[in-house]
Design a protein around this ligand. Structure first.
Ligand code: GLU
Length: 487
C-alpha cells in the first residue's frame, strides 16, 4: 500500500462534537497504525457559520484528546494553506477547466425560482432536484443575464443514466444512480466553493489516500466521484463510519448526554477515557478486553473490525470507563482535577495552605472509588465540609438510625470522648467506638449507623473510621452537638 495519508476536515461551525471526535480519532488510529500521515484541514467556506473561535476550540479539543496531526493548520506542510478560505485561488483553475470541458455550467436561477421548482416537485411527489433550466443557455442568453447584473453560480452537469459505485471499506459496495442527482452547485454566486467541490479538490491536492468519515457523508460521495472523474483525479478509498445513536436508537443528541468534547472535559472526564470509549463506538478488538490506551488501540486498529451497524452511545459505560481511569490517578492528581469544581461550589478557597491541600487529598482519596467524573466532587465531598450538617430528608435509614432510643446516649458518649481530643487516628477511632458500644450496650448498626448518620447526615459514604479521622474531633464535636440538640 502507498503511504497512508488521511485527514480530518472539520467545519468550524460549532465545538467538536462526539461524532466528529470519533471521526478524527479513527483517522488518527488508521494513520498511526500504518505509519501514515494525518492532515488537519479546516473547511470554513460557510462564511456565515464558521468562526476562528470554533476553529480554536476544535483544535484545543483534539489536542486535549491527544489526537495530533502531521500536516495542517498550526503545523504547516507541503500542501498548505490548510484553511479552505485561504485556498480559493487554488480552486479557480479547476473551475475554468470544468466550464471549458462542459462538465460545469453557469446557472442564473434565483433563489425564488429554485424554491418554486422544489415545491413543485414535492407537490408532485417527486424528489426535489434541479431540473437543468440553465444547462444549455446560449452565449447571448448568458450575456443578457450578466448584463442584468445577475451573478451566476456554477453547477456540475451530472451525466444521465450512470451507475456510481462506492466500494466502501466498511459498508462494501454501495450503488447510486446519477439520475437521482440533480446538477449540483460547485461554486456559489458569491464565488465560494461548496463542500462537495472543495473537499474533492483538497483531498486530491493533498494526496489523501483514505477518506474515513461519518456515514452522513455517504450520500455526498457519488457527487464527489463525478468530480474526481471529470478532473481525472485518482479516486481515494472511502470508509464511512456508522452513525452514533442514543440508547433509544434515535440520532445522538443532547438528550442522551453532552454532545461536545469540551463539555466532557469540563465535567471532569479524562481524555484517556474518552478516547478509549470513542474507539469502541464502531470499532471492536478481538476478545473481551475493553480497556485500552490510545497507543494499544492504534496498534490493533483495522477497518475490517469497524462495524457497519450503528454505534450506540452508552453514557453509563463512559462513566464506568472514566471511573476506571480516575481510580488510577494518584490522590494528588485527582485532587487537582476536582479543585475547580470544589472552588466553583464554594467548598474550598483558591489559595489553599499546604495543610489544607494535604487534607483535601486524603478526603478525595476517601471517595476516589465512588467518583465517575470530577464534577461529582462537590456532591461526594460535601459531607466533609461545614461544622453542622443537615440530615438527608430522603434518607430513611439515616433518620431511623438517629431515632433509636439508644442514639442520644451513643452520640453523647462520643461527644464526651472527642471533646478531650485535638486529633485522632483510625486505630483510636476504632477503639473509642468499640468502648462506646460496650458502655451503652449497642453494636452493629445501632452504633455505627447512628454515628454515621449524626456526623454525615446520610446512611452511606466513605469508611466511617476514615470519615471521622478526616473530619477531626473538633468538627465531629460540633456536628454531634447540633444533632443532639435536635433529638
Ligand atoms: N467539513 C466536513 C464536515 O465537517 C467534512 C466531511 C468530510 O470529511 O468529507 O462534516
Amino acid at each position: 500500500m502507498a503511504k497512508v495519508k488521511v485527514r480530518f476536515a472539520p467545519s468550524p461551525t460549532g465545538p467538536l462534537h462526539i461524532g466528529g471526535a470519533r471521526s478524527a480519532l479513527f483517522n488518527w488510529l488508521f494513520a498511526r497504525h500504518h505509519g501514515g500521515i494525518m492532515v488537519l484541514r479546516i473547511e470554513d467556506t460557510d462564511l456565515d457559520r464558521s468562526t476562528r473561535e470554533y476553529e480554536e476550540l476544535i483544535l484545543e479539543s483534539l489536542r486535549w484528546l491527544g489526537i495530533d496531526w502531521d500536516e495542517g493548520v498550526g503545523v504547516g506542510g507541503p500542501n498548505g494553506p490548510y484553511r479552505q478560505q485561504e485556498r480559493l485561488h487554488l480552486y479557480k483553475p479547476y473551475t475554468e477547466r470544468l466550464l471549458a470541458s462542459g462538465h460545469a455550467y453557469e446557472c442564473f436561477c434565483s433563489e425564488e425560482e429554485l424554491e418554486a421548482e422544489r415545491q413543485n416537485l414535492i407537490a408532485q411527489g417527486k424528489m426535489p432536484r434541479y431540473l437543468g433550466k440553465c444547462r444549455d443557455l446560449s452565449q447571448a442568453e448568458k450575456e443578457a443575464k450578466r448584463a442584468a447584473g445577475i451573478k451566476p453560480a456554477i453547477r456540475f452537469r451530472v451525466p444521465p443514466g450512470k451507475l456510481l459505485v462506492v466500494n466502501d471499506l466498511v459498508r462494501g459496495r454501495v450503488e447510486f444512480e446519477s439520475d437521482g442527482i440533480g446538477d449540483f452547485i460547485i461554486v456559489k454566486s458569491d464565488g465560494l466553493p461548496t463542500y462537495n467541490y472543495a473537499v474533492v479538490l483538497d483531498d486530491a491536492d493533498m494526496e489523501i489516500t483514505h477518506i474515513l468519515r461519518g456515514e452522513e457523508h455517504l450520500s455526498n460521495t457519488p457527487r464527489q466521484l463525478l468530480i474526481y472523474e471529470a478532473l481525472g483525479f485518482k479516486v481515494p478509498e472511502f470508509a464511512h463510519i456508522s452513525l452514533i445513536l442514543g440508547e433509544d436508537r434515535s440520532k445522538m443528541s443532547k438528550r442522551h448526554g453532552a454532545t461536545s468534547v469540551v463539555q466532557y472535559r469540563e465535567d471532569g472526564y479524562l481524555p484517556e477515557a474518552l478516547v478509549n470509549f470513542l474507539a469502541l463506538l464502531g470499532w471492536s478488538p478481538e476478545g473481551e478486553e475493553e480497556i485500552f490506551s490510545a497507543a494499544e488501540i492504534a496498534r490493533l486498529f483495522s477497518l475490517e473490525r469497524v462495524s457497519k451497524s450503528p454505534a450506540v452511545f452508552n453514557l453509563d459505560k463512559l462513566k464506568w470507563m472514566n471511573s476506571y481511569y480516575l481510580k488510577k490517578m494518584t490522590p494528588a492528581e485527582l485532587t487537582q482535577l476536582c479543585l475547580p469544581h470544589l472552588q466553583k461550589a464554594g467548598l474550598v478557597e483558591t489559595d489553599l495552605t499546604a495543610d489544607k491541600l494535604s487534607w483535601l487529598e486524603q478526603v478525595v482519596a476517601a471517595v476516589q472509588e465512588k467518583m465517575e467524573y470530577a464534577a461529582q466532587a462537590p456532591e461526594l465531598l460535601q459531607i466533609f465540609f461545614g461544622d453542622a450538617i443537615t440530615i438527608d430528608e430522603q434518607d430513611e435509614e439515616a433518620k431511623a438510625a438517629l431515632a433509636l432510643d439508644t442514639s442520644p446516649a451513643v452520640l453523647q458518649a462520643l461527644l464526651t470522648e472527642v471533646k478531650a481530643l485535638s486529633a485522632w487516628d483510625t486505630a483510636q477511632v476504632r477503639q473509642i467506638l468499640k468502648e462506646i458500644g460496650k458502655k451503652v450496650g449497642v453494636k452493629g448498626k445501632a452504633l455505627y449507623m447512628t454515628v454515621r448518620a449524626a456526623v454525615s447526615g446520610r446512611s452511606h459514604g466513605p469508611d466511617l473510621n476514615e470519615l471521622l479521622v478526616l473530619l477531626g474531633p473538633a468538627v465531629v464535636a460540633s456536628r454531634l452537638t447540633a444533632v443532639l440538640e435536635q433529638l
